[in-house]
Design a binder for this molecule. Structure first.
Ligand code: TZP
Ligand code: MG
Length: 205
């Protein structure tokens, strides 16, 4: 399968996003049909060190069993330790160009929310772009202002073939606006982790 297809329904999650066992939420999301998962153990109360690794091992194993792409948010040691398929970084994290040297074969994702960010980024070293925040979100304390699906449309015009995933405030009700603007996929936290019926929420995305 092409990368853009593997990024179609992309769950992003860490223990702080879960009000029950993260592995249960991940399993239900897989039942609903997620194609990719990002282990993002961040924010207040996030696990550290050995505990972060332990949960990562469990989630990594579940993804492997089900053929779901497994990406690590901004932690090269963990990406290596868990033999992740890829790593996702933001603008203030390690540069994708440096990551490419260390990980010639891993998928590298980069968040971009403006042309200024795109201009200072080594887009050639990146396998996919995270575009957002699409809409307002409460899942990321330091989220930038929403840029809307229009941002996906602009990026798509400039980069006709790079995989693009929208992120930030995406729900079952607005995911189609993101996809029809040209995104290959939607990345979500709360639309899945907070859903009463997780498999159904994933199907509706
Ligand atoms: N990056 C930009 S917005 C965001 C991240 C990690 C949070 C997305 O969470 P939600 O609950 O899907 O809005
Ligand atoms: Mg980051």
């Amino acid at each position: 399968m092409k990368l853009k297809d593997r990024l179609h329904k992309y769950l992003v999650m860490g223990s702080v996003n879960c009000d029950r066992a993260p592995e249960e939420i991940l399993r239900e999301a897989i039942k609903g049909g997620i194609t990719a998962f990002q282990y993002r153990e961040k924010g207040e109360g996030a696990l550290q060190g050995k505990e972060k690794l332990q949960l990562g091992l469990l989630l990594r194993q579940i993804c492997k069993q089900h053929g779901v792409l497994f990406i690590i948010n901004d932690d090269t040691d963990l990406a290596e330790a868990l033999n992740a398929d890829g790593i996702h970084v933001g603008q203030s994290d390690e540069s994708p160009a440096a990551l490419r040297e260390v990980f010639p074969d891993k998928i590298i994702g980069l968040s971009v929310s403006s042309w200024a960010e795109v201009e200072k980024s080594p887009i050639g070293a990146v396998d996919y772009l995270g575009a957002g925040p699409m809409f307002s979100t409460t899942s990321k304390a330091d989220a930038k202002n929403p840029v809307g699906p229009e941002w996906v449309r602009e990026l798509r015009k400039k980069y006709p073939s790079i995989p693009i995933v929208g992120i930030g405030g995406i729900s079952c009700g607005n995911s189609n606006d993101v996809l029809s603007a040209g995104a290959d996929g939607v990345a979500v936290i709360s639309a899945v982790t907070q859903a009463a019926d997780i498999p159904q929420a994933v199907r509706q995305l």
